[in-house]
Design a protein around this ligand. Structure first.
Ligand code: NOJ
Length: 510
């Protein structure tokens, strides 16, 4: 009997990976050639992953301070350890390599590189050492970094000194920080992003106070923040072009957040409402870096608070990107506000009461694959067919934060797997049928990480981390296996990344 059982068990061990593999959906609906043209990868950010909050002289970011205030973070956690990427980066990079990942989006912590943060201050040698070691490890493993300078982690010293983005001083200090980063890491990093999701920074960090630093600056703060941030971006881009990118091997852009806004009905008023939302949320930054000014709709409706660019500033802003970075997760419907031609109402159900897509753990997120196609095609049409990098795309699976241990069941994420299959297929359609020039796509996120106000409760990783275990073990989820097999290993982008870096082919330098 024992023998039979042992034989059965041995057979199960042999067969189970096949059974598991068979349970995954097939490849995305993409031509092989399209897969080769897009550099696929995974993403993370410093505050959400590094930990080591006070190591090597790093000074706190606004999130370190904010998280200490009772009730701010849903599970009472903090970014002090996060995924411990600071200590585990070699292990994480080895895991990426095993999955066939060839592109990694990450960010630098401003206050780790420059603990005093201000113009003229000295870089921390420990900070420099850490990032150089990470970039080297990536290179040694055939992975290309794409680096964001600001992913919401304002140094607390700048918050204390002049309230961060509220003051124009941020323009000089950010440009100095960018200068130090370009100079120190330029031999290792060619792909840069100035700011991550300025919409979030200016609405939640410097508008309603929901996010760190947790101060309510209101509408006046929100538009001021956007203005200063845009000028900081444009100055950093000019510096990069003039001082660091004469060989045109590098690329720089901004990561713009948008959810697609679909008119609720075919009525003119609903179409106008959807466009109003896109203008105010996305055009706020996209129009500014492309045309050099705010959208007409913003000027018309926000004149009480919206600052005005000088002619010189407009010139500086115009085409201040090599690629247009997009972070896209979902879509909603927009309908008119009767009596208000400038407004919009956001709806999650269509006219027949059908929900726009399956809901995620995050209240704002629904699985709507066609959203990415419409957004990409919109950007193509409005912004003169730019090169587009999808810098984030992903979903939080319901209830994942409550899973215990690292058993096989904790790695099942059918919604996320389906989401990636659907969105990547639609992105390919945008390229193949609509002529969108999408050259990069990063799945968000590589591992589960510290999800800001939601702490460790909400998970986005394609790799699971058991945060209850002090060793923080990692395990590849089904979505990670799917991406590995059908996307990372199929895209063959190491060579392609080289080609992408050859500007003549892209023609996007200015
Ligand atoms: C966008 C942010 O850039 C990222 O930090 C966050 O984790 C994801 N959205 C998911 O909420």
């Amino acid at each position: 009997m024992g023998k039979v059982w042992a034989l059965g068990f041995a057979c199960w061990l042999l067969v189970s990976p096949l059974v598991l593999a068979q349970s995954l959906p097939g490849p995305p609906e993409c031509k092989a050639d399209t897969m080769k043209k897009i550099a696929f990868g995974v993403g993370s950010s410093a505050a959400q992953s590094e930990g080591a909050a006070a190591v090597g002289g790093r000074s706190p970011s606004v999130w370190d301070v904010f998280a200490k205030q009772p009730g701010k973070i849903q599970d009472g956690s903090s970014p002090a350890v996060a995924t411990d990427f600071f200590n585990k980066y070699k292990q994480d990079i080895a895991l990426m390599k095993s999955m066939g990942v060839k592109n990694f989006r990450m960010s630098i912590s401003w206050s780790r590189l420059l603990p005093q943060a201000v113009k003229g201050s000295s870089p921390s040698s420990d900070g420099v050492k850490f990032y150089r070691a990470v970039f080297k490890e990536l290179k040694d493993n055939g992975i290309e970094p794409a680096v964001t300078l600001y992913h919401w982690d304002m140094p607390q010293v700048l918050q204390d000194k002049y309230q961060g983005f509220i003051d124009r001083q941020i323009i000089e200090d950010f440009t100095y920080y960018a200068d130090v980063a370009f100079k120190t890491f330029g031999d290792q990093v060619k792909k840069w992003t100035t700011f991550n999701e300025p919409w979030v920074t200016c609405n939640l960090q410097y508008g309603n106070g929901d996010f760190a630093p947790g101060v309510q600056y209101g509408d006046s703060g929100k538009w001021k923040c956007g203005h200063n941030l845009l000028l900081a971006h444009a100055n950093a881009v000019r510096l990069f072009r003039q001082k660091y990118n004469s060989d045109k091997k590098g690329r720089i852009g901004m990561a713009l957040w948008s959810e697609w806004s679909e008119p609720w009905t075919d009525k003119f008023e609903d179409k106008r409402a959807a466009q109003n939302k896109i203008d105010i949320d996305f055009g706020w930054f996209a129009d500014a870096i492309h045309f050099g000014d705010y959208p007409a709709q913003a000027k018309k409706t926000q004149s009480a608070f919206l600052p005005v660019f000088t002619e010189e500033e407009k010139k500086l802003l115009r085409r201040s990107y090599d690629y247009m970075g997009l972070t896209i997760y979902t879509a909603k419907f927009a309908s008119e506000v009767p009596g208000n031609p400038n407004g919009w109402w956001v709806r999650t159900t269509d006219v027949n009461g059908k929900v726009v897509g399956q809901q995620a753990e995050s209240y704002w997120l629904y699985n709507v694959p066609w959203s990415i196609n419409r957004m990409l095609t919109y950007m193509k049409n409005r912004y003169d067919n730019p090169y587009i990098w999808v810098l984030e795309n992903g979903i939080s699976e319901k209830g994942e934060g409550n899973r215990v241990g690292m058993g096989p069941d904790t790695l099942r994420d059918p919604l996320r797997t389906d989401y990636f299959r659907g969105y990547i297929s639609e992105a390919c359609k945008a390229v193949e049928s609509n002529g969108v020039r999408l050259t990069h796509y990063f799945a968000w996120s590589f591992t589960d990480n510290w999800e800001w106000r939601e702490g460790f409760k909400t998970r986005f990783g394609v790799v699971r981390i058991d945060f209850a275990n002090p060793q923080l073990p990692r395990g590849i989820k089904d979505s990670g296996r799917w991406l590995s097999e059908h996307v990372f290993k199929k895209s063959g982008q190491t060579k392609q990344v080289g080609e992408v870096l050859n500007f003549d082919e892209l023609g996007a330098a200015c």
